[in-house]
Design a protein around this ligand. Structure first.
Ligand code: SAH
Ligand code: SF4
Length: 439
């Protein structure tokens, strides 16, 4: 009988994609997906280290899984991903959770089959958190969807924003070759995928480490030519490297979706400098203006950190003011969490957590108002959706996304999942829109 695996993914899209690679590795080894942890022979948690919450989640999950091991001595428990890649965290996991069989980092995927075999033979925890960037190109992907897919184009990050752990857990920037990316994109299109989302910590630095110095805009221009593909998305864009050439190809490339995820992090020049973001609020607002002027109907979303060490009321007000001026479709705001090894972890921080929570609330109120206003502009317009599936409670109520990545609910008696359809927007809300299909 085949063994079964249960895989839990925390964190970002890159992690979700890594989990698709892990699933393919396990399926090639003969494992089948389990419906729940109780029926699994192998449980893997693919962890996140960007903030504290996902790290705490790992401890609570491992506590729960320890109980399963009492009834099933053959059960193997493994922890992978960004949290395990950190030496301190790996040590903590090993000491605190004696039932752990395997700890592997973000660079270990090509070695996973061998690591699992070793863990099965060994009494003590097997650990592989080497920082060697072994080649992932040969690895297959078990896509979790059938009409939209993740496609990584660059791994790692060189930017060292002072608050961020990513460069430490994902290593230096490595662009995949344009040929490898195009081959994968064509294969996806041949298999009926309509939408791909290109992934990278900073897609705008794509190609800088390649011998031909291809740019991200060059890559988009090539992807735009692939028959069968209808939508190309990408994230994340670092504002400091966003080129005019990129704005141009998003404007002209009919498959390239009109959406930028352009994290600003703060609206205060003093804080931006301490964050090592390497742009000013004036530069950022000018860039937003340039994108909005060049590309009709474009949407811009952002990430913001509240309560960075040393953030005073004035700095916060500068961020609030930027949010009013930039008019993001949506902004994801997080309260700053110190991360080991990062420069900011040593910065003096005198603001109470309560004050930070209040700032977060104030900022969210401003953003929600803007989101609602921008959504209202779409009322009575007809937009194209890629339908993503029916709701749990009522199969006639279905959801889809616009090219600008807005969520739209609509009613249809037939299942439209995986199809491109046109709907007329009838109602605008803060988080989503409502529309009805038009023929
Ligand atoms: N590469 C992407 C971001 C990766 S992390 C970029 O450059 O934008 C995703 C988001 O998490 C960041 O944009 C930031 O807003 C938030 N984040 C990262 N480190 C954080 C920390 N230490 N505390 C709080 N939020 C953080
Ligand atoms: Fe982190 Fe900055 Fe790199 Fe984004 S660009 S992953 S925030 S260091």
């Amino acid at each position: 009988m085949n063994k079964k695996y249960y895989l839990i993914t925390l964190g970002c899209q890159m992690n979700e994609h890594d989990s698709e690679v892990i699933s393919a590795i396990l399926e090639n080894m003969g494992y089948l997906a389990a419906m729940g942890p109780e029926e699994a022979d192998l449980i893997i948690i693919n962890t996140c280290a960007v903030r504290k919450k996902p790290e705490d989640k790992v401890a609570s999950l491992l506590g729960k899984f320890a109980a399963l091991k009492n009834n099933n001595s053959g059960l193997m428990i493994a922890v992978g991903g960004c949290m395990s890649q950190q030496v301190d965290a790996a040590k903590y996991l090993k000491e605190r959770f004696h039932h752990l069989d395997l700890i592997f980092g973000t660079h270990a995927l090509p070695r996973l089959p061998e690591l699992i075999r070793r863990a099965a033979d060994k009494k003590e925890t097997v650990i592989d958190i080497k920082e060697d960037y072994s080649d992932r190109e040969g690895l297959s992907v078990a896509h979790s969807g059938s009409f939209k897919a993740w496609l990584p184009i660059i791994y790692g990050c060189n930017n060292y924003c002072s608050y961020c752990v990513v460069p430490y857990v994902r290593g230096r920037e490595r662009s995949r070759s344009m040929t490898d990316i195009l081959v994968e994109a064509r294969e996806l299109a041949d298999h009926g995928f309509l939408e791909i989302t290109l992934l990278g910590q900073n897609v705008n630095s794509y190609g800088q480490d390649l011998p031909g110095n291809e740019t991200f805009a060059d890559l988009l221009a090539e992807l735009n030519r692939i028959k069968g593909l209808e939508r190309v998305r990408f994230m994340t864009s670092h504002p400091k490297d966003l080129s005019n050439q990129l704005i141009d190809i998003v404007r002209t490339g009919e498959k390239i979706c009109e959406h930028f995820h352009l994290p600003v992090q703060s609206g205060s020049n003093r804080i931006l400098e301490m964050m090592n973001r390497r742009y000013t609020r004036e530069y950022y607002l000018n860039l937003v203006g340039k994108i909005k002027t060049a590309i009709e109907g474009v949407s811009i979303t952002s990430d913001i950190i509240i309560g960075f060490p040393g953030e005073e009321e004035d700095d916060f007000l500068a961020t609030a003011d930027l949010v009013k001026k930039a008019r993001f479709e949506n902004a994801f705001s997080f309260i700053y969490a110190p991360r080991k090894k990062t420069a900011a972890a040593a910065f003096q921080d005198n603001t109470t957590y309560r004050e930070k929570e209040l700032r977060l609330q104030r900022l969210n109120e401003i953003q929600h108002q803007v989101s609602k206003e921008l959504n209202s502009l779409l009322t009575d317009q007809t937009v194209e959706l890629l339908a993503e599936g029916p709701s749990k409670n009522d199969p006639e109520v279905q959801a889809g996304r616009t090219r600008t990545n807005k969520l739209v609910h609509f009613r249809s008696p037939t299942d439209q999942t995986g199809k491109l359809i046109k709907v007329k927007i009838t109602e605008a809300r803060t988080w989503n829109l409502v529309g009805e299909p038009v023929s």
